[in-house]
Design a protein around this ligand. Structure first.
Ligand code: ADP
Ligand code: F6P
Length: 484
């Protein structure tokens, strides 16, 4: 295998195995914040991406995407259960998201998590040139930084956590809290979405490892680890190019027509995940219908909920609850040919998402907890026209940057109802001022700015950042599926 001087290690490659209409197999960009963010910068950067290609069994042969080499890591069925569905997504994911769902502590999963982290570390060690920079991503791979350091002390190692890092009182529940903390602190730079996360880690490093720690620097085992906040972003140029393309504009027009030319379209786009607050949102919307504040003949809600982690029990239960609630709301409030909620449990191409964003009068992004939430940023970037209102949860990392959104506490259903009504009735001039301010922020804080800031903090020289493209991709190439 050829070696690279920049290696990214993430649980998932930016690909989803997908059956084409003619039955052939094709690869599409996988939904999810991490894949969206990294794909945008790496497609034009000479680097290697180490990750799982989805599915079980031997790793597939994958061709390069532009300058980017793909190094797939295989998982067996048992590993998928213990590592991905189990420890990563039934223990760490709920715990790190404020335990909005009870985390499961299954002693059998730990060993598999460790073994799979080791496999990722070995793959990264194999494809990294001497002295290369290796950038490890997210909670799935929290042990990789230290494992990699043991294998390859010559490497510069970064780690970025895309999800929230919890306060000590929650983290302390983890049975393997010391190993996980030590694993992550094997990196030279540990980045988070929000400064509070770096503060939480500093407190834990003092308490669990006896380290000397501030919110920027932790000294552990005689090594210095830098920490800090680097809020992730989106490919603003891609979203702007897509949303001003004639094709997308005509798709948006058609969508509005297909929705029955309502006065108002409310839109939500999420992975079908219990952290996204979909149930709270449905409750608020159904009460607005019940109380007569919203009428089906002039307002339509579109809920896109792309399937996610479907083998995990809590996700199956959530899907059943949501689908039964959507059915109840449509049964009670819908009319022939006029459902109250259009529920779409499907993946969409980037151009289709851009058309949906164009169609929305109110974008409702109300997670109970979210590391960042790129959908909120995509919506703002897509609205060159300055139209549309963004209702955004205070518990999304994005709320710290998109301050002009209609901010809301999604746990407070009455407050959520009021905020939705406020956003629906806001004056166009108010909406336009809010959207312009948020768009200006995003233009200066896009995905390239994020990667540059992180890589410069990692190597202190700016040489790594120089390998990034000058501008993120402008052509909407990602809307076209890749073929095997
Ligand atoms: P998370 O990382 O938890 O999934 P984010 O909002 O940060 O949440 O990122 C979600 C990403 O997945 C966004 O880039 C969004 O465009 C994409 N996405 C969401 N729903 C779909 C869908 N139905 N089809 C394709 N991509 C989707
Ligand atoms: O942002 C958190 C995250 O787990 C990412 O790592 C990933 O891109 C996204 O959610 C989607 O999750 P999954 O890879 O489990 O489909």
């Amino acid at each position: 295998m050829r070696q690279s001087s920049l290696v990214v290690v993430a649980n998932r490659l930016p690909l989803d195995d997908n059956a084409a209409p003619d039955g052939a197999c094709e690869w599409r960009r996988s939904p999810g914040g991490l894949a969206s963010a990294l794909h945008a910068i790496l497609e034009q950067t000479p680097a290697t991406w180490v990750g799982w290609a989805g599915g079980i069994g031997p790793a597939p042969q994958l061709s390069d995407i532009g300058g980017l080499r793909l190094r797939p890591v295989s998982l067996s069925a048992a590993e998928l259960r213990g590592y991905y569905e189990g420890f990563a997504n039934s223990t760490l994911w709920p715990l790190y998201h404020d335990a909005v769902q009870q985390p499961v502590f299954d002693r059998g999963w730990w060993e598999t998590y460790r073994i799979v982290n080791r496999r990722f570390a070995e793959a990264a060690a194999e494809v990294a040139e001497h002295g290369a920079a290796v950038w490890v991503q997210d909670y799935h791979l929290q042990l990789v930084p230290q494992m990699l350091r043991d294998l390859r002390p010559d490497l510069l190692i970064g780690f970025f956590m895309h999800v929230p890092f919890p306060p000590p009182e929650l983290y302390m529940q983890l049975p393997r809290r010391v190993e996980l903390l030590r694993g992550m602190l094997g990196a030279d730079l540990v980045g988070f979405q929000r400064p509070q996360a770096a503060h939480n880690v500093a407190q834990l490093a003092q308490k669990l490892l006896g380290a000397h720690a501030t919110d920027d620097v932790i000294t552990v085992d005689g090594r210095t680890v830098h920490t800090g906040a680097f809020p992730v972003s989106i490919d603003v140029a891609e979203m702007r190019a897509l949303s001003s393309s004639p094709d997308v504009l005509s798709q948006a027009k058609q969508l509005r027509h297909d929705l029955g030319q309502p006065k108002r379209v409310l839109l939500s786009v999420d992975r079908l995940d219990y952290t996204k607050g979909i149930e709270h949102r449905l409750t608020a919307y159904s009460e607005l219908l019940r109380d007569g504040h919203v009428k089906v003949r002039d307002t339509v809600m579109v809920q896109v909920a792309v399937p996610s982690r479907e083998q995990v029990d809590s996700y199956q239960d959530l899907r059943d609850r949501i689908e039964s609630e959507v059915g109840r709301i449509n049964g009670e409030f819908g009319r022939v040919g006029e459902p109250a909620i259009h529920y779409l449990n499907q993946p969409f191409a980037r151009s289709q998402l851009a058309a949906l964003y164009q169609t929305a009068d109110v974008m409702v992004v109300t997670p109970l907890r979210d590391g960042m939430n790129l959908v909120a940023k995509e919506f703002v970037a897509a609205r060159e026209d300055g139209g549309g209102a963004l209702v955004l949860s205070e518990f999304a990392g994005a709320a710290a940057e998109l301050e002009q959104a209609f901010l809301v506490n999604p746990h407070d259903v009455d407050g959520l109802k009021e905020t939705l009504l406020h956003a629906m009735s806001a004056e166009p001039a108010d909406l336009s001022a809010r959207m312009t301010a948020m768009r200006e922020h995003l233009v200066g804080h896009d995905i390239l700015a994020w990667a540059r800031a992180y890589l410069t903090a990692l190597d202190h020289t700016g040489r790594l950042a120089e390998r990034l493209p000058d501008t993120a991709e402008k052509a909407p190439a990602a809307s076209v599926p890749w073929h095997r």
